[in-house]
Ligand binder design. Sequence first.
Ligand SMILES: NC(=O)c1ccc[n+]([C@@H]2O[C@H](COP(=O)([O-])OP(=O)(O)OC[C@H]3O[C@@H](n4cnc5c(N)ncnc54)[C@H](O)[C@@H]3O)[C@@H](O)[C@H]2O)c1
Ligand SMILES: O[C@H]1[C@H](O)[C@@H](O)[C@H](O)[C@@H](O)[C@H]1O
Length: 336
Amino acid sequence: MLNVGVIGCGGMGRDHISRLTNKIQGAQVVAVCDVFEESAKKAASICNAKVYTDEKLLINDPDVDAVFIVSPGFAHVEALLEAIQAGKRIFCEKPLCTTAEDCLKVVQAEVASGKHLIQLGFMRRYDVGYAKVKEALLSGEYGEPLMLHCTHRNPEVGTNYNTPMAVHDTAIHEIDVLHWLVDDEYESAQVIMPRVTKYSHSELKDPQIMLLRTKKGVCIDVEVFVNCKFGYDINCEVVCEDGAIKMPMATVYPTIRKNASVSTTIDTDCFVRFKDAYDAEVQAWVDDAAKGEINGPNAWDGYLAAITADALVKAQQTGAIEKINAAVEKPDFYNK
Ligand SMILES: NC(=O)c1ccc[n+]([C@@H]2O[C@H](COP(=O)([O-])OP(=O)(O)OC[C@H]3O[C@@H](n4cnc5c(N)ncnc54)[C@H](O)[C@@H]3O)[C@@H](O)[C@H]2O)c1
Ligand SMILES: O[C@H]1[C@H](O)[C@@H](O)[C@H](O)[C@@H](O)[C@H]1O
C-alpha cells in the first residue's frame, strides 16, 4: 500500500483525496496539509488522515511514502525541492512551477538525486479521446499531421483570472498534450487577440487565438475562450496528408430531438469532462510506484511546457512570433 501525503486542500486537492480514498487501488491518504488548518481538517475528514499546516513536516513524516502536491502553482517549487531532498515519490499538479527557471531547478535537483521521482498532472494524456487520436496517428493510415485546430473553452472564470493565466492555467494543457500527440517539439509561438467579450474585465483579454509551430512545421491553432458561457468545450482536430482525425467527446450524452430542434449536453467543468483521465493518471502513478517507475509526464515535460508558456505570454504582449528555445539540452536521464 502506497501511503500518500497531500499538500493543498482546495478544490483540486479534495478531488484527488476523494479519488485516492474511494477509487484508486493500492494507495491511501495518511496525511493532509493546508496553510489553513480548517481546510486541512475538512479534507482530513474525507480520509481520516493526520493534519499538517507545514508542508515540510508532512514531506518528512516517515509514514508518508509519496507526496501529492496540489497547492497553487506558485507554491510548487518549494514543496518539490523538499520532497526530492527527502527522496519521496511525487505527483505534482500542473504547472510544475510558474517560471522556467524554477522548473529547471527542479529538473536539475531530480537529475542530481539520480532517481525518477516526479509525475506531472497533465491528465489529458490519459483521456480516451486524445488516446484514440494518437492511436489513429500512430497507425500511419492517415499520413503525417499537417495542422491542428483546437478549442479550450471554459464557461466562466473568477475575477482574479488575467490575460497571462489564459496561457499558464488554461492553454498549458494543450501545450503538453498536443506535442505529445504529434510527437514533435515546439519552435515558435504567436497570439492573436480578437474583439473582447462583454463578459471579460480590464485585466483579461478573452478570447485569444494561440498559434504554435512545431520543429517539423505542423501549425497549431488553439482558441482559448474562458467566458464562453455555454460549457466546458474541449475540441481537437488533426488534419493529416490522407485524412482528418477529430477527437470524440469523451463524456457520451444522447442526442435529443424536441420542439423542432436537435441538442446534446456539453460538460460544464473539467472535473466531469476529464474524470476518467484523472482516475487513470493517478492509478498509473500508483501502479508505477510499485514497480519503482515513472512513466507519465515528467519534470522535463514540465520545463518544456514552461518555456512554451513563456513564449506565448511574451507573444501576448508583442503580437510577434516568438522563438521557443530550451536553455539546456534534454538530460539523458529523461531519455528512457
Ligand atoms: N489538472 C487539472 O485539470 C487541474 C484542475 C484544477 C486545478 N489544477 C491545479 O491544482 C492545483 C490546485 O488548484 P485548486 O484549484 O485546488 O486551487 P485552490 O486555490 O482551490 O486550492 C489550493 C489550496 O492550497 C493551499 N495552499 C497554498 N499554499 C500552500 C502551501 N504552501 N502548503 C499547503 N497548502 C497550501 C491553499 O490554502 C488552498 O486551500 C493548481 O496547481 C492548479 O493548477 C489542475
Ligand atoms: O482553464 C481551466 C482548465 O480548463 C482546467 O482544465 C484546469 O486546468 C483549470 O485550472 C483551468 O483554470
